[in-house]
Design a protein around this ligand. Structure first.
Ligand SMILES: [Zn+2]
Length: 398
């Protein structure tokens, strides 16, 4: 069992947070910007210091490799992203990259030789398109991300050149902050993720008739906003009936948006996230049946299928957490992650640590240094269990 250097990990996280757009509060570090480039150079140096041979692909993914003895087939790929949302925090993504570097550095300092190769990656543009991990894993790009690729000055050939060969014995591991409140509420220190929820996005419009707000009695009205309110109430009931499912309606724009005219239209966006993809058509069907097209119309604009983690990866994470005396539980991820690019291709696992008050994508995002190092400890020891022959890499059974 190894233990990472918490003070060193903390210093690296604090330092990386200084590479940002200084005009904004919190950390704003979009991919393909000068501040991202600076951050990337810093991470590259840390990778080299941890004994990794670093390669930067055509899109700017950083890949640090360390050879094992070769006695076991396959490689352990671990990492996350260092881009952020606007005014984000210093832990989202970053912990998975710097925690992985810290884990590898700790293995080196402890004189531990692995029988498998290890790779630490910092994938570009996770927060917008996950271009980096999609390119690495050879996941096809939907049209809108193809446009983003081109906007950023890259070609499809360059994207395709980043593809790495993934083999049956390879696996992917990502350490990440939870970005929700479940672990904290349950008093847990580690979450072994079993799935990343499927998610579907919609755009919709509720229709009514824009009449005089004084001269039209309630019985004669067709109020688009009230129609949408009924729809939203029903949506909430249907979502609540599906276990583990969440649904949100936002960006409601009422037209005309004035006090003395009954709304004629109300446009909105909507999203469903669920561990059970069959819940999505069930909810849609009831809504379409109860609200005709002339009342409320909604169409899918994006669909992300769920990603299921490999049970054997979750089991190793679980065993390692127990070995380290950490309270842990199985958990879904409601947020999307680079792991989604890998889950269909290789055995994948995710390690979550608590977010204070569940706050993320905000300058107030916080994870205690203790929890950061707990996560890196679980990652380091999971890498050992998966990558040393004496553990046979088979669910951690010695
Ligand atoms: Zn993230």
């Amino acid at each position: 069992m190894v233990v990472v250097n918490q003070a060193r990990l903390k210093n690296h996280i604090l330092k990386l947070a200084t590479f940002r757009d200084v005009r904004d509060e919190g950390v704003t570090r979009y991919a393909f910007t000068p501040e991202y480039e600076e951050a990337s150079k810093y991470v590259e140096e840390l990778m080299k210091d941890a004994g990794l041979a670093v390669h930067r692909d055509a899109l700017g993914n950083l890949i640090g490799k360390k050879r094992g003895s070769g006695e076991m087939k396959g490689k352990i790929i671990t990492g996350s992203h260092i881009d952020t949302v606007r005014q984000g925090g210093m832990f989202d993504g970053t912990l998975g990259v710097l925690g992985a570097i810290e884990a590898v550095k700790t293995l080196e300092e402890s004189g531990i030789m692995l029988d498998k190769d290890v790779e630490v990656c910092a994938f570009v543009d996770e927060e917008v398109s996950a271009l980096g991990s999609r390119a690495y894993a050879g996941v096809e790009l939907p049209d809108r991300f193809l446009r983003r690729l081109e906007e950023k000055g890259y070609t499809l050939e360059e994207f395709e050149s980043c593809r790495q060969e993934l083999k049956e014995d390879d696996c992917f591991l990502e350490l990440h902050i939870e970005q929700g409140r479940v672990l904290e509420e349950h008093g847990m220190q580690i979450g072994e993720v079993d799935s990343i929820l499927a998610s579907v996005n919609y755009e919709g419009t509720a229709y009514g008739r824009a009449d005089h707000a004084g001269a039209t009695p309630m019985t004669l009205r067709k109020d688009a906003f009230m129609q949408l309110a009924d729809f939203a109430e029903r949506f909430r009931e249907l979502v609540l009936a599906e276990e583990g499912t969440v649904g949100t309606i936002g960006n409601v724009v009422v037209t005309p948006g004035i006090r003395n005219v009954i709304p004629g239209r109300a446009s909105f966006v909507m999203e469903i996230r669920t561990p059970d993809e069959s819940a999505i058509p069930r909810i849609e069907k009831v809504l379409r049946k109860e609200f005709g097209k002339e009342q409320v119309c909604f169409e899918r604009t994006a669909y992300y299928k769920s990603a299921i983690m490999a049970d054997e990866m979750s089991l190793v994470i679980q065993e390692v957490s127990e070995m380290l005396g950490l309270r842990h539980e199985r958990i879904h991820s409601g947020a999307g992650h680079d792991t989604q690019s890998f889950a269909d291709k290789v055995k994948a696992g995710m390690i979550f640590v608590p977010s204070v008050d569940g706050i993320s994508h905000s300058a107030a995002e916080m994870t205690s240094w203790e929890d950061c190092s707990n996560g890196a400890n679980v990652l380091a020891n999971t890498i050992i269990k998966l990558g040393q022959k004496r553990y046979k890499g088979n669910g951690g059974k010695e």
